[in-house]
Design a binder for this molecule. Structure first.
Ligand SMILES: [Zn+2]
Length: 428
C-alpha cells in the first residue's frame, strides 16, 4: 500500500534548504497576521430602507416556539420584568384594619416576593394531552413592584371609598366587570399593571353563603381586581396562585382547561381542586396556573412562548408593562458570544454587545433591539446573516454602534443581508 509518510522521510533527494523553507511557510501560515476590524458600511442599505414602507410588524414571526427561553444560552433571552403597582381598597372608616399600616404594606410585599419565588421554578404538568410528554421550560419573567412616582417608596396605594372599595362577586350588586375603580385610582396605567385588592362588601360578611376563603380576581384590560386576600387567615403564598393566574390573563393566556390555543395543555372539566377530593381527582387534578386548583403553578412551553411573543411585540400591551432593561447598556465588557450555528426567529431586546466567533454563524429573521453604543462583531470566519424579516434597531430613541467585521489576511467576517432586511438607528 502507498504510504505517504514513509515515502516523504525516505526521499533523500529533498534538500534540507527546501525543508527549512517549508517550515517557515508553515509557521507563517499558523501565526496569522493580527486581526483588523472595520465598520461595515450600512449607508446604502439604510437609504433603501427609508424608501421602503414600514410593513415590518405584520410579517414578523410570533410563533410561540420562537420565543421559548434558550436553556443552553440563557443570555440570548434575558429575563423580562413586569412592573406592577398595588391599590388597597378600604371603607372610609377603615373597617378592614388588616390592610392598614406597616403590616398591611409588608403583607403585599411578601405576596410579590412569594409570587416571584414561584416564578423561579417551573414544574412538570400533571395533566398532559394524551401521548404527549410536555417539557419544562423556565418562566423567564418576574414581577417588580414599582416605586411611587418621584419617590423611593413602594407603589402600594390606599384608597378609602365607600362606593368603590368592595369586590362583589355575585348578586344584583355584582361589580366584577366594573372598571370605575381602575379609572378613578389607576396610576401609570400605560406602563404599570395596576392591581386592586378589594375586600368583600361589609354587609356580605353576615351572609350565610359568604365564604372567607374565596380567592378570585378579574383582569380588565389595564388592571386586575383581586378579592379574598385575608391576611389574618392566610399567609401571602396562599394568594400567590390567584395573583399569578390573573397576571397570566393580563399577559395573554386563556383558561387552560378550555380550548386555549395551546396544544400542550389538556382540555378537561376543571372540577378537581385537589388530589384527595375523589378517586378520579387523584389523576385529574391540574397544576397549570391557568386552571383552578390548589396547586396552580405550571406553565407549558406554548403558554410561556405566548407570553414572551407578546413581550417582544412592539404593539402589545404586555410590552408596555415591562421594565425597559434593554434601554440601559450593560457594562462594556459584557458581550454575548455566538460560537455555533444559531438562528434567532423570535424578536429580541439585548443590552450587550454581540460577538460572532470564528466558525460561528448567527441568522436573524426578526426584530432585534441593540442598546446605545452596543455593536455586533463578526470575527474572521464568522457569519452574520439577516433574513428578509430581520430588523436591527434601537427601541429607545438612541443609536446602537453598528457591525464590525474582522480580517486576518486569510479570512473575513462575513455579513449577508437580505434585500428586505432593515438596519436602523446605527451610529454613522
Ligand atoms: Zn381566570
Amino acid at each position: 500500500m502507498f504510504n505517504l509518510l514513509s515515502m516523504t522521510f525516505t526521499k533523500t533527494s529533498f534538500s534540507p534548504w527546501l525543508w527549512a523553507l517549508a517550515l517557515v511557510f508553515l509557521i507563517t501560515a499558523c501565526i496569522s497576521q493580527p486581526i483588523s476590524y472595520q465598520r461595515y458600511d450600512l449607508t446604502t442599505l439604510n437609504e433603501t430602507v427609508e424608501a421602503a414602507p414600514a410593513t415590518y410588524s405584520s410579517s414578523a414571526n410570533y410563533d410561540n416556539d420562537a420565543y421559548l427561553p434558550d436553556t443552553l444560552h440563557p443570555e440570548y433571552t434575558p429575563r423580562r420584568g413586569v412592573m406592577i403597582n398595588i391599590h388597597i381598597m378600604n371603607t372610609q372608616d377603615t373597617f378592614y384594619k388588616i390592610y392598614e399600616g406597616e403590616a398591611g404594606t409588608q403583607y403585599m410585599k411578601n405576596l410579590v416576593a412569594t409570587a416571584n419565588q414561584a416564578l423561579q421554578t417551573n414544574k412538570k404538568s400533571t395533566l398532559m394531552p394524551t401521548g404527549m410528554d410536555v417539557p419544562v421550560y423556565p418562566f423567564n419573567f418576574k414581577i417588580y413592584l414599582a416605586k411611587k412616582p418621584g419617590t423611593n417608596e413602594a407603589a402600594i396605594y390606599r384608597h378609602y371609598d365607600d362606593e368603590l372599595y368592595p369586590f362583589i362577586f355575585r348578586g344584583p350588586k355584582r361589580n366584577l366587570g366594573d372598571r370605575k375603580v381602575l379609572n378613578k385610582y389607576g396610576v401609570n396605567l400605560d406602563t404599570e399593571l395596576n392591581i386592586f385588592v378589594m375586600p368583600p362588601h361589609v354587609d356580605s360578611l353576615d351572609s350565610k353563603t359568604f365564604r372567607p376563603n374565596e380567592g378570585t380576581g378579574v383582569f380588565l384590560g389595564k388592571g386586575i381586581k383581586l378579592s379574598g386576600l385575608y391576611p389574618e387567615k392566610f399567609a401571602p403564598w396562599r394568594h400567590q396562585g390567584n395573583l399569578l393566574h390573573e397576571i397570566g390573563h393580563a399577559l395573554g393566556l386563556n383558561h387552560a382547561w378550555r380550548n386555549d390555543g395551546c396544544d400542550d395543555t389538556r382540555e378537561h372539566s376543571n372540577n378537581c381542586w385537589s388530589k384527595d377530593q375523589s378517586a378520579r381527582c387523584d389523576t385529574m387534578t391540574s397544576n397549570n396556573l391557568m386552571d383552578y386548583s390548589a396547586k396552580q403553578h405550571v406553565l407549558t412551553p406554548c403558554q410561556i412562548g405566548r407570553i414572551h411573543a407578546r413581550f417582544g411585540n412592539l404593539k402589545s400591551r404586555s410590552r408596555d408593562w415591562l421594565r425597559r432593561d434593554w434601554c440601559k447598556p450593560a457594562r462594556d465588557e459584557k458581550e454575548i458570544t455566538i460560537a455555533a450555528n444559531i438562528s434567532w426567529a423570535g424578536a429580541r431586546d439585548l443590552n450587550t454587545h454581540i460577538r460572532i466567533k470564528t466558525g460561528g454563524r448567527l441568522y436573524i429573521d426578526n426584530r432585534l433591539h441593540l442598546a446605545r453604543g452596543r455593536k455586533i462583531t463578526v470575527e474572521p470566519g464568522g457569519i452574520l446573516e439577516l433574513g428578509p424579516k430581520a430588523w436591527l434597531h434601537n427601541d429607545c430613541e438612541e443609536n446602537w454602534a453598528g457591525i464590525d467585521t474582522g480580517n486576518n489576511g486569510r479570512e473575513y467576517g462575513e455579513v449577508i443581508i437580505d434585500p428586505l432586511a432593515r438596519v436602523e438607528n446605527t451610529e454613522l
